[in-house]
Design a protein around this ligand. Structure first.
Ligand code: MF3
Ligand code: CO
Length: 260
């Protein structure tokens, strides 16, 4: 279902979007070699509770964490675990928080210590493709315009786009319509309208686009075990403008930006 929001409802989306952004900024302070992903999960869960929110992933269809943990070849939906981060890893942290009845969803892929130039380029390109998608997200255009912008940007640079996982609408529910794929054709799909709240989340692979789901039923990794990067923002279409409700500013305050 696509639920168009009133301007008042979009105002109510802001606290959730701000809180999820601050959660990623808090987690960013702790990302270094030796830290377990379970420790990051605990920090996030406590931070969300301390700030009046609820961790929306925890228990969602049985998901066991506050954070989705995406180390190296993990594309999405990895579990927090005893894995200790290593110098040279990349780690995507994807999470959703509920505040005052609305959801905010964001993801950022971090470098652990020093990463190779190839990984830096994968992360930079994926992050830039998110902003290409956002630039294509305009009233009167279509979902396929976003999808095509992301796909073109990444494929031109030699990367591949995961097909099975998509962005989505968001609001009182974590996942609402429409689906927002990261591949597709311009001029196709649902029309972008005032009142839509959308998550754009490119999942981009260094090798082939193929993925497998692990026997745990959740963890999605690349079939060739080459690395994958993932970034996500929540945005709202208001008064003919697209406004990004989440921000990476808290993250960039917390870390030296290694992607420039
Ligand atoms: N941003 C992720 C998504 O849209 C969040 C998933 S939370 C989980 O799929 F609980 F489903 F893992
Ligand atoms: Co999402």
């Amino acid at each position: 279902m696509i639920y168009l929001k009133t301007p008042e409802e979009i105002e109510q989306m802001r606290p959730a979007a701000d809180l999820v952004s601050r959660v990623l900024g808090e987690v960013a302070l702790w990302i270094k070699p030796g830290v377990t992903t379970r420790k990051l999960d605990t920090i996030a869960r406590e931070f969300i509770h301390d700030n009046g929110g609820k961790p929306a992933c925890l228990g969602y269809e049985g998901f066991p964490g506050t954070l989705c943990i995406e180390v190296n070849e993990t594309v999405v939906h990895g579990f927090p675990s005893n894995y200790a981060l290593r110098d040279g890893d990349i780690i995507g942290i994807d999470t959703v928080v509920e505040k005052d009845g609305f959801m905010g969803d964001s993801c950022y892929t971090f470098a652990v210590g020093e990463i190779t130039p190839a990984l830096t380029d994968l992360c930079r390109t994926t992050r830039e493709s998110l902003y290409e998608g956002i630039a294509a997200c305009r009233v009167g255009k279509r979902i396929g315009d976003i999808a095509s912008a992301v796909q073109t940007y990444c494929e031109k640079r030699g990367y591949s786009v995961v097909r099975e996982m998509c962005g989505h609408g968001i609001g009182r529910h974590m996942h609402e319509g429409p689906e927002v794929p990261n591949y597709g054709r311009r001029g196709t799909g649902a029309e972008i309208r005032n009142g839509m709240c959308l998550c754009i989340e490119p999942m981009i692979n260094m090798g082939s686009k193929n993925i497998v789901i692990e026997p745990d039923g959740w963890t999605c990794r690349t079939r060739d075990r080459k690395p994958s990067a993932h970034y996500e923002h929540t945005m709202a279409i208001i008064d003919g403008r697209t406004e990004v409700l989440t921000t990476f500013d808290y993250i960039h305050q917390a870390i030296t930006d290694r992607f420039n």
